[in-house]
Structures are given as structure tokens and as C-alpha cells.
Design a binder for this molecule. Structure first.
Ligand SMILES: [Zn+2]
Length: 406
């Protein structure tokens, strides 16, 4: 029987034996006022630590897949995970062939939408939109240090991505997957896309790996590679590991190299929610006070109903545990590493904005640009990412039965 049910039963049967006058003399049981252990875990996240992890990732420039700086970043992430106590790191190895270059089409021009028009993920762009595209011009990066860092171009070959796993105490054979992508593009530092999401996954690995944190179910923390080239790292993971789910290996060992997948949550671009572009195509300079964490599922997927349900668990965790910014649920999840999972298990993404209508409509001027640098963002921006971390930590802790032990 779950602990909670047992406690309720004990209390109600106790009540049968207590006469009314005696009960009136006794205050309410202390168990209800005990501090929420999940709130205590969420309090172990902080803005400076989150920023420092993003800063650490930016030492490898844009971490573009298929380069030395990308491989060094994978090594660094693995070292960090181990230093947090998430010591059982593993790597997925796969092959990626760079497609022949297509002629440059240039950035999509800025224009004012006369009416709503269809965008990715089933969404519609409305109102003002601004220019989007991938910067491929090295000279657009004014800082010679960053330009030099980002100079090596991608080549076909072997790729790796790293993960580590918190093993559940009572259900080690079931897990939630918490992801972000560590590769970037655009001749900047990929601080927001997706240093900000990668750092959330790493920060959660740190908190959950503390020796006094126990969970009933397992949690896998994974930093995808090759997201920008077409979700190739997450697709490789699904291809290699879907069939291994729930198998004990070696037999009788109590070990499950691939616990059964219960849900997947992706974090991709977490910092910048300054609102809709202005009529001239520029963006407001400050984080808008009504900024929110966008929790999206894909309504046009086989697991839509289950993913919708998972999204609301995250919205509730946001209500309970996020300090500054609310969560908003939407049905247009698209273009990120949760997509390869969306027809298999409940899958959601957390972002600064809706990917299809808002990021696609030019709401993030640093997206795939040389300006995606650590120094571009203010504490108000970083705090939105921290609130997403609080949201996911609260939700995953609840879903896996997390508790603190002495
Ligand atoms: Zn991204």
C-alpha cells in the first residue's frame, strides 16, 4: 500500500477511538505541517549556479555537432555529471553523415502578418513577425575569440551523446527521461539554444544525485547531440534503445540498462520571452513581466491524451514550486528532441515561447545568431530558465516519489 494511503487509514481509524472532548484538546497531527521535501529539493536550485553551468557550456563556443569543440563539450558535461554524483554515465554512439550543402536561401524576411497563417506544429503566426534564419556568416560574429572558437566546420563521422541515471529504489525498471540538446549553431555561444536547457538537465542531475535524495522510480538525464541537424541524436537513442526497455540484464541482477519509458520532457531555449516583435521588427529590450514557461505537447500525435495529462502535471508543479513565472500549456510541441518519442510515450517540451507561432514568428532575435552569447542575457532572462528548472524538478520529483532521507 502506498505510504500516503496507509497514513490516512491510520489516522481515520485512530479517530474512531478518540472521544470528542479528548480530540478537541489535541492539536492537528504534526505530520501535515512537516516541510514538503520536494520544496526543499527545489530550493537547492539557484540562479548563480544555473548561470555558472550555462557559462561553463559557452567555453566551447556553439558546440556544433561533428567538431572538436562539440566532443570536448560532451567530455566536460560527463565530468560535471560525475562530479555531481551522477557517476553511472553512459554514451550513445552513432554515425551522422552531413548532407550536401544546399544553396543558401537567406533569412526569411520580416513582414507584418495581415492575418493568421499556418506555422509549424499546427500553430498559427499572428500579429507582427520578425526575421528568422540560421547565421552562416563568420564575420557576423564581432568577437574574434568566439569567431576563432566556432571556425571548425562539421564533417561526417561518429557522434556521441552522454547520459546518467538516478536509479529508483522500488521501481528501478521504470524511468522518466529529462533532456536538452548540447549542440548549437550560428557563430555564437549557443547560450540560450540550448545551453539554457542543457544546464537545466545538469542542475536537476545535481539535485537528484545528492546522497539524501531517494526516488521510487528512475530518472535519466540526457544531453542530446545533433539536434540542430534534425533531431539525429534523439532519433539514434530511440532506434538503439526502444526495444531494450524493461529488460533485466544480466538476468537476476536487479539491473535494468534501459528502464521502461514513462515519459519524456525536453528543455530547449529557456531564457528569452520579451514578447511579440514591434512593428519595426525589433524586440522589446527587457524580459516582459508576464513571461511564462511554455509547456507543450503535440495534439497530432499518438500519445496526445497522455502527453496532455503529463503537461498538466507540470503546470501544477509550476503553480506549487516556481518562484516567479507561470506555466502555460499548449498543444503545438514541435522541432525538438521530444518529437521522436511523441508516438511512443507521453512527451512534452518546456520552452521560453511556443516554438511554432512565437519563436517561428521571430520572437527570439538571438535564435541561431551570433548574438546567442552569455552576455546577451540579463538576470530576468536567466530567471525564466530557473523557473523552468523548478517546474521540472517539482514535477519529476512528484512523479517518481522523491523524498529526503537522513
Ligand atoms: Zn534548440
Amino acid at each position: 500500500m502506498p505510504i500516503r494511503a496507509a497514513r490516512v487509514l491510520a489516522r481515520s481509524s485512530l479517530a474512531l477511538f478518540i472521544a470528542a472532548p479528548l480530540a478537541a484538546q489535541n492539536p492537528a497531527p504534526a505530520a501535515d505541517s512537516a516541510p514538503d521535501p520536494i520544496a526543499q529539493m527545489v530550493a537547492r536550485l539557484d540562479l548563480e549556479h544555473y548561470k555558472a553551468t550555462i557559462k561553463g557550456l559557452t567555453q566551447f563556443g556553439d558546440r556544433r555537432q561533428g567538431t572538436e569543440r562539440n566532443r570536448k563539450a560532451v567530455d566536460w558535461i560527463e565530468q560535471q555529471l560525475k562530479s555531481y554524483g551522477c557517476t553511472n554515465t553512459e554514451r550513445i554512439t552513432y554515425q551522422y553523415d552531413v548532407p550536401a550543402p544546399r544553396p543558401a536561401t537567406g533569412a526569411a524576411p520580416a513582414r507584418r502578418a495581415r492575418a493568421a497563417y499556418p506555422a509549424e506544429g499546427g500553430s498559427h503566426v499572428r500579429g507582427n513577425r520578425a526575421r528568422t534564419g540560421v547565421n552562416t556568416d563568420s564575420l557576423a560574429q564581432p568577437d574574434p575569440r568566439v569567431r576563432a572558437l566556432d571556425t571548425e566546420q562539421t564533417t561526417s563521422g561518429e557522434r556521441q551523446e552522454v547520459y546518467c541515471t538516478k536509479i529508483g529504489t522500488t521501481h528501478p525498471d521504470e524511468m522518466y527521461i529529462v533532456g536538452g540538446h548540447m549542440d548549437g549553431i550560428g557563430w555564437g555561444e549557443a547560450a540560450n539554444d540550448d545551453g539554457s536547457g542543457t544546464a537545466i538537465v545538469m542542475e536537476l542531475a545535481r539535485v537528484f544525485s545528492s546522497p539524501d535524495v531517494k526516488t521510487d522510480r528512475s530518472i535519466r538525464f540526457i544531453l542530446w547531440n545533433n539536434e540542430e541537424s534534425g533531431l539525429n541524436g534523439s532519433r539514434a537513442y530511440v532506434a538503439q534503445r526502444q526495444a531494450l526497455q524493461g529488460k533485466e540484464s544480466p538476468a537476476g541482477s536487479g539491473k535494468y540498462p534501459e528502464p521502461r519509458w514513462l515519459g519524456m520532457v525536453q528543455h530547449d531555449m529557456m531564457l528569452f520571452d520579451h514578447g511579440m516583435p514591434l512593428a519595426d521588427g525589433t524586440l522589446p529590450k527587457e524580459q516582459r513581466p508576464e513571461a511564462d514557461v511554455n509547456i507543450e505537447f503535440q495534439s497530432n500525435s499518438k500519445m496526445a491524451a497522455e502527453s496532455n495529462k503529463l503537461a498538466w502535471v507540470f503546470a501544477s508543479a509550476n503553480d506549487k514550486y516556481a518562484t516567479d513565472y507561470p506555466g502555460t500549456v499548449g498543444q503545438h510541441m514541435t522541432n525538438t528532441d521530444s518529437a521522436p518519442f511523441q508516438d511512443i510515450i507521453p512527451s512534452i517540451s518546456l520552452r521560453e515561447n511556443e516554438r511554432g507561432a512565437q519563436i517561428g514568428g521571430g520572437w527570439d532575435p538571438n535564435w541561431h545568431q551570433p548574438t546567442d552569447m552569455f552576455k546577451t542575457y540579463s538576470d530576468k532572462d536567466f530567471r525564466l530558465g530557473l523557473n523552468a528548472a523548478q517546474t521540472t524538478l517539482g514535477a519529476i520529483a512528484t512523479l517518481t516519489g522523491a523524498r529526503l532521507v537522513k
